[in-house]
Write a protein that binds this ligand. Structure first.
Ligand SMILES: Nc1ncnc2c1ncn2[C@@H]1O[C@H](COP(=O)(O)OP(=O)(O)O)[C@@H](O)[C@H]1O
Ligand SMILES: [Mg+2]
Length: 383
């Protein structure tokens, strides 16, 4: 952030862990959230990611105290904030929120928007002014203090909203798709600025998004949600490198999936056949009945060589014919029809320059340690 410097110890808060314990939320007969437990360690940034309608906003609103729980509980440190019997009201939760729609008050100047909460807290005018310029400096907006929201761009408005959210030094920061209304370049830039500010202030934060790039770039931990449930949580690297299900593998990053006929497996490794080829994969815990299973391998994990080249020891190896080559600046994307059962097309991404033309016969090699068994996909179907 332009001037996220000059933070004194007094600007940082005493961070606390935030916990959701087996939280449910029903609207009439409809269960929007179906028993989720999420741990947000103090000072960390945890992203909730999942498709539209999976319950992210509902979860965030329950954390903010804007929505009662059907059951379960929410705590900060040792303090109970909500359970099915009651809730601390939002204004007593010490939380800052940043929404997709900036939600600035149009009739108030930037200074008044940012200072409003401080005034309500009873700070005197001198302290408010100092705090307002401090936080506006953090977001690079100190020169716009007298402007009105209508005189600001979307990115500037979101910076003001961010300044407003941190001005009262909240214990928890909540973000609901704050960058979705910005253009791609600004979105990328603000991503780093939000992360920078959150880390400098050390505020325990929950960040809702449907963008995998944002979740990967911003988070200490990612919680992947689907249909009101948590399907996997872990560090960005864990989620990306070891997706447990086909849904997670496909939602967080691009992937290829291959259906293999099981040959043998133990707790760590599985070997299956793909046509005439053997493919070895990691992370296997299959029961004795499993005959088929699915593995995921990322397009960037596959290397290409001429089909006539000799195999690399220890690597999985398939062969195929290049169908399409797409150059997108930093990446060359190949779509390759693989020799094997069915019509399996694999996607491979390499750095430029393109080394193969459509029609070329190639070998696809990939590391068994980076070829992941999808736990939910055995015997060719979801468990
Ligand atoms: N006030 C409400 N009344 C009834 N259904 C709701 C209400 N709020 C959300 N829902 C439903 O709950 C589900 C989850 O919504 P939401 O948490 O907004 O999803 P997300 O933020 O992940 O897109 C959706 O199916 C939505 O239609
Ligand atoms: Mg939402």
């Amino acid at each position: 952030m332009a001037a996220a410097a000059a933070l004194s110890a007094a600007d940082t808060v005493q961070a606390q862990d935030l916990r959701l314990n087996d939280v449910y939320k029903s609207y009439g007969n409809y269960e929007a959230v179906r028993g989720i437990s999420i741990d947000v360690p103090k000072g960390s940034m945890v992203s909730l990611i999942g498709p539209s309608g999976c319950g992210k906003t509902t979860t965030l609103r329950m954390i903010a105290g804007l929505e009662p729980l059907s059951s379960g509980s929410i705590t900060v440190g040792s303090k109970l904030l909500s359970d099915a019997t009651g809730a601390v009201p939002p204004e007593r939760r010490d939380m800052g929120m940043v929404f997709q729609s900036y939600a600035l008050w149009p009739h108030m100047s930037v200074a008044d928007n940012v200072g409003y909460g401080l005034k309500r807290k009873g700070l005197n005018a001198t302290d408010i002014e100092r705090r307002v310029s401090d936080v506006l400096a953090m977001v690079g907006m100190v020169d716009h203090v007298g402007r009105y929201p209508s005189q600001l761009s979307g990115g500037q408005q979101q910076r003001v909203a961010l300044a407003r959210a941190v001005a009262s030094r909240p214990q928890i920061l909540l973000f609901d798709e704050p960058l979705s209304n910005l253009d791609a370049v600004l979105r990328e830039q603000m991503r780093f600025e939000i992360r920078d500010l959150q880390q400098k202030l050390g505020i325990t934060s929950v960040y809702v998004t449907h963008s995998q790039e944002e979740a990967l770039a911003l988070s200490d931990k990612i919680v992947v949600m689907s249909k009101g449930l948590v399907v996997q949580s872990g560090t960005p690297a864990e989620i990306y490198e070891r997706p447990k299900t086909a849904f997670v593998a496909g939602f967080i990053g691009l992937t290829n999936t291959l259906t293999l006929n099981r040959l043998l497996s133990d707790d760590q490794m599985a070997v299956g056949s793909f046509g005439a080829h053997r493919v070895k994969a990691s992370g296997a815990a299959m029961n004795g009945e499993t005959q088929q299973f699915l593995v995921s391998v990322r397009p960037s994990e596959i290397t290409l060589s001429a089909a006539s080249a000799s195999p690399t020891a220890g690597m999985n190896r398939l062969v195929g014919t290049i169908q399409t080559v797409v150059f997108t600046g930093g990446i060359v994307d190949y779509f390759i029809a693989c020799d094997g059962p069915g019509q399996t097309t694999l996607r491979v991404q390499t750095t430029p320059p393109a080394r193969f033309e459509p029609g070329a016969q190639v070998a696809l090699e990939f590391d068994p340690a980076r070829t992941v068994v999808l736990e939910d996909q055995v015997n060719g179907k979801s468990q």
